[in-house]
Design a protein around this ligand. Structure first.
Ligand SMILES: Cc1ncc(COP(=O)(O)O)c(C=O)c1O
Length: 419
C-alpha cells in the first residue's frame, strides 16, 4: 500500500454539494455522527436512477435490465470494498431493522445453558433486540460494562467473561458517544476461541474508515450508509458459514437466495443501486492523491481511510483539548488520541455541568455550529458513565471534510458560551 499524502480538503469539499447550499452558508456542521452529507456521486446516481431506470428491475432488456445491473454492480462493489463475497452482503432498510431481523434468526439457535454477551457501550440498535431475544430464549445475558470514568471497554474483563458456554457476543466497532475504536479483531479472536459468534456494529466507525471485514473476523458486521456519504440504507455482512446456519427470515422461496434470506422486506431498488456511488468517490480521492488508477477497490479504500484518519487526527486534539480543559463540561471518552490503541473517531460527547445540554446546543447553533443533544440511543452508555440519559449530553462530531477553521470556530464558540 502506498504511503498517503495529506488529504486535500478543498478538493474533498468540492465533492459535497451541501457546502454550496445557501442554507448551509456560514454554518459549521458538527452533527455528522447522526448522518453525514451525501457526496455528489451519490446524489447524481440517485437522480440518474429515478430519471432513467425507476422501474421494476431484472426483466430482460431496457431500463429494467439496466436497473438490475446497477443493483448487482453495487453489491459487487461493496463486497470488494469490505473484503467479503457478494452473497454475504445484505441490504436492509436500516441497521436497527437488520439487527432486529438478525436476532429473530438467532433465537432458535440459542437456549438455556447458553451465554450471550452484550455491552453497555452500544447504540441500542445493537443490543436491545439481542437482549430481548436472549431473555426469551432462556439464555444467560452477561453485560460487558464500560469503565465509568473513561467509557472504555476493557479487553481483559471481556476475556474473563468468556467460557465454552458463550455462544454470541455483540460489540460496537466504536461507540457513538465515546468515539474510540474497539479492538474488534482481538475480540473476534477471543470469542471464536470458545466457539462464540460475534456481531459488530460498525455504524460509528465506517464514516472514518472502510474496514476489511474479512480480515477483522466478525461473523456479522453492520453499518448505515447514510452516515457514509451515501443513501439511507443499512448494510449487513453475514459470513457464509453463519448464513448457512441461520434460518431464513424471508419468503420460503428465498431460502436458497443468501442475499434475500435476512431481509423480509423488498429491497429499496434505487438506494441499493446507488449505494456504491460513494465508492466511486473513494476511488476518485485515491487517484487525486496519487493512487494507481488500476489499484483494487479494497486497496483504494484502505489508502483513503488512512488519509481520512490522518486528517481527523490532525484536528481532533484541538477539540479534545478545548473540551477536556473546560471546567464547565465533562468530556465523555478519552481525552487523547492514544489513550488506547485504535482510532479515536472525532465523535466527541460532553456533559455540561452548569447548563442544560439542550441550552448549550441552542447557544452553539446560534453561533453557527450545527450540533444536537440527547441520549443518542446510547442510553446505557451514558448511564454507565453516570450521566442521566433523560438530561442527555451534547455531541460534537466531525469527519474528513471538516476543516481546521471549523474546529477552531467550535473551540471559540465553546469558550465564549461555557468558558
Ligand atoms: C452506533 C450506531 N449503531 C446503530 C445505529 C442505528 O442505525 P440505523 O439508524 O440505520 O438504524 C446508529 C444510528 O445512529 C448508531 O449510531
Amino acid at each position: 500500500m502506498q504511503a498517503p499524502r495529506s488529504l486535500d480538503v478543498e478538493f474533498v469539499r468540492s465533492q459535497f454539494p451541501a457546502f454550496e447550499s445557501p442554507g448551509n452558508a456560514g454554518e459549521c456542521f458538527f452533527d455528522n455522527a447522526a448522518g453525514s452529507y451525501a457526496c455528489a456521486h451519490t446524489i447524481e446516481a440517485l437522480g440518474d436512477f429515478y430519471t432513467h431506470t425507476k422501474v421494476q428491475p431484472y426483466s430482460p432488456g431496457g431500463p429494467s435490465a439496466a436497473a438490475g445491473e446497477k443493483m448487482d454492480r453495487a453489491r459487487q462493489r461493496w463486497a470488494e470494498a469490505l473484503g467479503v463475497a457478494t452473497d454475504e452482503l445484505v441490504f436492509g432498510p436500516s441497521t436497527s431493522m437488520n439487527t432486529y431481523v438478525l436476532s429473530q434468526a438467532f433465537a432458535p439457535l440459542l437456549g438455556p445453558g447458553d451465554d450471550v454477551i452484550v455491552t453497555n457501550q452500544d447504540h441500542e440498535a445493537n443490543t436491545g433486540s439481542t437482549r430481548r431475544m436472549a431473555e426469551r430464549a432462556g439464555c444467560t445475558l452477561l453485560e460487558w460494562r464500560t469503565d465509568p470514568t473513561t467509557g472504555l471497554l476493557d479487553l481483559d474483563e471481556f476475556e474473563s467473561m468468556l467460557t465454552p458456554r458463550t455462544r454470541l457476543v455483540t460489540v460496537p466497532h466504536a461507540s457513538n458517544i465515546v468515539g474510540k475504536e474497539n479492538d474488534v479483531a482481538r475480540i473476534c479472536e477471543l470469542a471464536h476461541a470458545v466457539g462464540a459468534r460475534v456481531i459488530v456494529d460498525g455504524v460509528s466507525f465506517v464514516p472514518h474508515g472502510i474496514p476489511d471485514v474479512g480480515a477483522l473476523g466478525a461473523d456479522v458486521y453492520l453499518f448505515s450508509l447514510y452516515k457514509v456519504y451515501s443513501v439511507h440504507q443499512g448494510v449487513m455482512v453475514v459470513r457464509r458459514d453463519l448464513m448457512d446456519e441461520l434460518p431464513n427470515q424471508s419468503h420460503f422461496f428465498n431460502d436458497s437466495v443468501p442475499s434475500a434470506r435476512m431481509n423480509p422486506a423488498g429491497p429499496d431498488h434505487a438506494q441499493v443501486a446507488c449505494s456504491a456511488a460513494v465508492l466511486d468517490y473513494v476511488e476518485l480521492l485515491h487517484r487525486h492523491h496519487g493512487g494507481d488508477p488500476a489499484a483494487a477497490l479494497r486497496t483504494a479504500c484502505a489508502v483513503v481511510s488512512a488519509l481520512w484518519q490522518a486528517h481527523e487526527d490532525d484536528l481532533t486534539p484541538r477539540l479534545l483539548d478545548a473540551v477536556a480543559g473546560n471546567d464547565h463540561v465533562r468530556l465523555l471518552g478519552p481525552a487523547t488520541l492514544d489513550a488506547t490503541a485504535g482510532h479515536r473517531c472525532p465523535t466527541i460527547g460532553l456533559a455540561p455541568t452548569w447548563m442544560e445540554p439542550d441550552a448549550l446546543v441552542r447557544a452553539l447553533v446560534e453561533q453557527g455550529v450545527q450540533t444536537s443533544s440527547g441520549h443518542f440511543y446510547g442510553w446505557r452508555c451514558l448511564e454507565g458513565m453516570g450521566v442521566d440519559p433523560q438530561r442527555g449530553a451534547v455531541r460534537l462530531s466531525f469527519v474528513h471534510y471538516t476543516t481546521v477553521d471549523e474546529v477552531d470556530r467550535v473551540v471559540d464558540a465553546l469558550d465564549d458560551i461555557a468558558g
